[in-house]
Design a binder for this molecule. Structure first.
Ligand code: MN
Length: 246
């Protein structure tokens, strides 16, 4: 299974979560929320070649952790993957909008200077602001908007800018989420869990538990479940090529 946005380090037992990925052969993008979490989270991927670790600074933490930006820049040469990063326009975070924007701009500039990265990006209530930043700092690489909840117009703008999308079980459970999925370019979609924050029918989603999202892709694309899985795997392969060429 492809789980392109999973917080392995935030499960109650991170080592067990990582071991499950290894045993089941999942392709996992293991994201972090602060640069200080990088070393420990990277260690979880040891012996698991299909688990890649992303260097992140979560927008909900930007106001507390912006002092770690120099560490972010120092670590960036070690990875091709960046996340979780982005902007969050929720009302309670409104006082921190400016520091979020500065952090995200600086992260995008660092990615561009490093020759481009694959980024998994949070855009809750801030899709246009994320896309504005993306246009302000060209050359940052390939942006995957995770659990996209923006408007149809914002989705079309993102697609027009070449963005990818990652969709998970929690997203496709709502009709709004399924409508968004139907409007996304099928060849730029991956699956994710956003575990352990997103929940499935039996509680927090484990790494790689994306079956409901694969099924929703099949319905949306009007193809059998297996074919949806093949197409998602092909998307991942294409992403690898795109990112390598960037
Ligand atoms: Mn997340």
């Amino acid at each position: 299974m492809i789980d392109f946005h999973c917080h392995l380090d935030l499960y109650p037992d991170p080592a067990a979560a990582a071991a499950a990925c290894r045993q089941q052969g999942h392709y996992v993008l293991s994201v972090t929320t602060t640069p200080r979490a990088w070393r420990g989270t990277l260690a979880l991927s040891k012996g698991a070649p299909r688990v890649r670790t992303a260097l992140g600074l979560h927008p909900q933490l930007a106001h507390e952790r912006h002092g770690e930006l120099p560490l972010f820049e120092a670590l960036l040469p070690e990875t091709r993957y960046v996340g979780e990063v982005g902007l969050d326009g929720s009302p309670e975070l409104r006082p921190h909008q400016e520091v979020q924007r500065r952090c995200f701009d600086r992260i995008l500039a660092a990615c561009a200077a490093a020759g481009g990265r694959v980024l998994t990006v949070h855009s809750r209530r801030a899709a246009d602001a994320v896309l504005d930043a993306w246009e302000r700092k060209p050359g940052a690489g390939t942006m995957i908007l995770h659990w996209f909840t923006g408007s149809r117009r914002e989705l079309e703008r993102a697609a027009g800018l070449g963005c990818w999308f990652s969709v998970g079980p929690a997203m496709v459970r709502s009709s709004r989420g399924r409508d968004a999925l139907a409007a996304m370019p099928p060849d730029r979609i991956l699956t994710e869990t956003d575990g352990p924050f997103a929940t499935g029918l039996k509680g927090p989603l484990g790494p790689g538990e994306v079956e409901e999202a694969v099924a929703a892709c099949g319905v949306s694309w009007r193809v059998p479940h297996d074919e949806a899985g093949h197409r998602l795997a092909e998307n991942l392969r294409q992403l690898g090529e795109t990112a390598l060429a960037a």
